[in-house]
Design a protein around this ligand. Structure first.
Ligand SMILES: NC(=O)CCC(=O)C(=O)O
Length: 281
């Protein structure tokens, strides 16, 4: 069996119509599957505009919501693993920024709720406070493909927290996926640097999957969906427009790098360890 897994990252151009977004996402998923991808990933908050004022209006319960049902059908019809980016989720009186993951039978393998909420204030540039509307997640999430590739999930701002990626490394992940939506202030200096840093810290494949840039939108996405290999090399990246990029996750390449540069196994755990508290699973 090949040691490679073809992944497709969909840089999606959303609109304010949830139904239109679902229809377009399904078209792009089918296109990526017909090009041979077995793992397909959407960006952060793709079925709704990205903004605190929109989360409640577009939120759905999981798994009964229309977006989740459509993604499940798409995964089954295209026979692929699907990471449904993220959507606003309603659970009781709380809202979350939540990613759903499906297997090729359309079965919901699990969810990941964004752990680190995006609360920043850069005067004159961007102020955003997800915590005005959302609650933070409390759990990591991983899933396996072919009992060979272990994938861990974070969402956007989570990328800035190396400890979260380290916890995934300790869970033997090979790939970290960050559906994200960096902006045009922080994206240019930080997005690629952070993706490459997390890849290098952990000798893993790391992907950041963004919405396409829309000059008319309230929130200006930096776009630049990117796939990085365990050497820290950018394998593929988008510019601003809607696009699908592809790459191979190659376990032999990952193992060769970990053997040549064995720093993951050279950590001085007798001197320092990451103190996990609640992050089970
Ligand atoms: N959606 C987000 O979490 C945005 C994160 C971001 O732009 C950053 O600079 O961090």
């Amino acid at each position: 069996m090949t040691s490679k897994l073809k992944i497709a990252l969909i840089q999606f151009l959303g609109s304010s119509s949830k139904q239109q977004n679902i229809t377009r996402a399904c078209e792009l998923i089918r296109q990526a599957a017909s090009n041979g991808a077995r793992l397909i990933v959407l960006p952060e908050i793709w079925n709704s505009p990205y903004g605190v004022k929109y989360f409640s209006q577009y939120a759905e319960t999981i798994p009964s919501g229309e977006t989740v049902q459509a993604l499940s059908t798409c995964a089954r019809q295209s026979n692929i693993y699907l990471v449904g980016g993220s959507i606003p989720e309603r659970d009781g009186d709380k809202l979350y920024n939540t990613s759903t993951v499906f297997d090729p039978n359309g079965k919901l393998l699990g969810i990941y709720r964004k752990i680190h909420l995006f609360d920043i204030d850069i005067p004159g540039k961007i102020t955003f406070k997800e915590s005005d509307a959302l609650s933070p997640g409390q759990q990591l999430f991983t899933f396996d493909i072919d009992e060979k590739y272990r994938v861990g999930l974070g969402i956007c701002y989570d990328l800035r927290f190396p400890s979260l990626a380290t916890l995934y490394s300790q869970r033997q992940c090979h790939v970290l996926l960050y559906p994200g939506a960096f902006n045009t202030t922080t994206g240019p200096p930080h997005w690629e640097l952070l993706l490459r840093s997390r890849a290098l810290d952990n000798q893993m494949y790391v992907a950041g999957i963004s919405p396409a840039h829309d000059e008319q939108a309230d929130y200006k996405s930096w776009a630049h969906t990117t796939l990085v290999d365990p050497w820290g090399t950018v394998m593929s990246k988008c510019e601003m427009n809607e696009e699908i990029i592809y790459g191979d996750i190659d376990i032999e390449h990952l193992n060769a790098i970990r053997k040549q540069l064995p720093y993951l196994s050279q950590q001085r755990n007798d001197m320092y360890t990451l103190n996990k508290k609640k992050a089970e699973k």
